[in-house]
Design a protein around this ligand. Sequence first.
Ligand SMILES: [Ca+2]
Ligand SMILES: [Ca+2]
Ligand SMILES: [Ca+2]
Length: 211
Amino acid sequence: MKFASLIGVATFSLALLSSVASASIIKYDFTDVSHLGKSDLGRVTSFTEDGLEMTVKAMQRRDGGWKNRGHVIEDGLRRNARGLGVASGQHDNWEIDGSGRREGLKFSFDTEVHLFGIKTWFGDHNDDWNLRVKSDGNWSNIFKDKDVKSFRAGDIKGNQFIVWADAQNDSFSIKKFMVKTKSMVSVPEPGSLALIAFGLAALVTSRKKLV
Ligand SMILES: [Ca+2]
Ligand SMILES: [Ca+2]
Ligand SMILES: [Ca+2]
């Protein structure tokens, strides 16, 4: 093999890259607030973390379906109770509660993500929450009456998630919402690494011969 063609092999093999999936966890932390007390974020708001935008809507269950009603409330009053809730009217509490109309928060993404975990704050010992997920265009109820404050999802895939309260005595807020995204990164293929090694070895040999 000629010297020039050996350089060609080495250069060409560098271009042999393949794409592999790499997962990263994105945390939306609603306890990280600087204000004290109530901040009314309106019916629809959004948060961006690590370049991923998430839309959050206040929801109410009406006539058997979910409607964008009420306001998203960011509670900054007490350190351990900070989080996102829903206020449906002037006298309604700041939490997601099932007293009167059932409330929930809808978290939406442009693309499908994997739910990694949800952290909630409970008002008292009998609180629990429910999860509804939209995946491939279909809604399904994932579970009801989850009385876990720090929930690890395993592998729940979707692009919309509703966390909601279903009973008079349920009242909670959401401290953290965490998702896992898969992005593609380029790495050299093992085969091309071998080619580079071969190219370089051959290069060294031929340089020696030239001397
Ligand atoms: Ca409420
Ligand atoms: Ca319940
Ligand atoms: Ca309760």
